[in-house]
Ligand binder design. Structure first.
Ligand SMILES: CC(C)(COP(=O)(O)OP(=O)(O)OC[C@H]1O[C@@H](n2cnc3c(N)ncnc32)[C@H](O)[C@@H]1OP(=O)(O)O)[C@@H](O)C(=O)NCCC(=O)NCCS
Length: 160
């Protein structure tokens, strides 16, 4: 219920301003929010959320799923319309393909840049300093310091 109210307030606040108020609101809803975190109009549903210092999260980014934890490191840039989704289903039957639901933690390392419209699926860890290209769907862990792109995202090259 608190998350619902906070999401509603965030929706009506300006995207690129009032960051301290937004930090306060997220903290009130149970998130652990570092110093100088800036979020636009994001939506958080039913996940424990930890955001490190100096991280930015863009407009219409959705952090959702079951009761798992999403940890986002320090100095990250998470762009707009990124989906970070901890929930999934076991494969069910021909009558209902989406079987029993479950969720898994997601860890986004320090200094990661995630391009707009990317999707990060359940159980994924993205290593420090990596870049996820716009529109990618991350289905497997990504090591530190690489550029990963595509659907599904694959490592294209080492960055540093
Ligand atoms: C990843 C990105 C930074 C490009 O980096 P780059 O070093 O110039 O990468 P390149 O153009 O050399 O591409 C490297 C490889 O990744 C692929 N690639 C790059 N961006 C891609 C994308 N969005 N989707 C799929 N593949 C992509 C290229 O096709 C190339 O593949 P190849 O080596 O098999 O030919 C850029 O494509 C991107 O996604 N930027 C995010 C923009 C954004 O979200 N802006 C919002 C504000 S943060």
């Amino acid at each position: 219920m608190i998350q619902y109210i906070v999401n509603l307030i965030l929706f009506f606040l300006p995207s690129s301003r009032l960051f301290s108020l937004k930090r306060l609101l997220l903290t009130f809803s149970g998130a652990v929010v570092g110093k100088n975190v800036r979020v636009a109009r994001i939506r958080v549903n039913a996940v424990n959320l930890i955001i490190g210092d100096n991280t930015f999260i863009g407009d219409e980014t959705m952090i959702t799923g079951g009761k798992s934890t999403v940890t986002i490191g320090q100095n990250c840039d998470i762009s707009s319309r990124v989906s970070i989704v901890t929930g999934t289903h076991k494969i069910g039957s021909i009558l209902q393909a989406a079987g029993e639901g479950y969720s898994e933690n997601i860890i986004i390392g320090n200094g990661v840049w995630i391009g707009c419209g990317a999707t990060i699926l359940h159980g994924i860890t993205i290593g420090d300093g990596s870049i996820i290209a716009a529109g990618s769907v991350v289905t497997k862990n990504i090591p530190p310091g690489v550029l990963a792109a595509g659907v599904p995202a694959v490592v294209k090259r080492n960055l540093f």
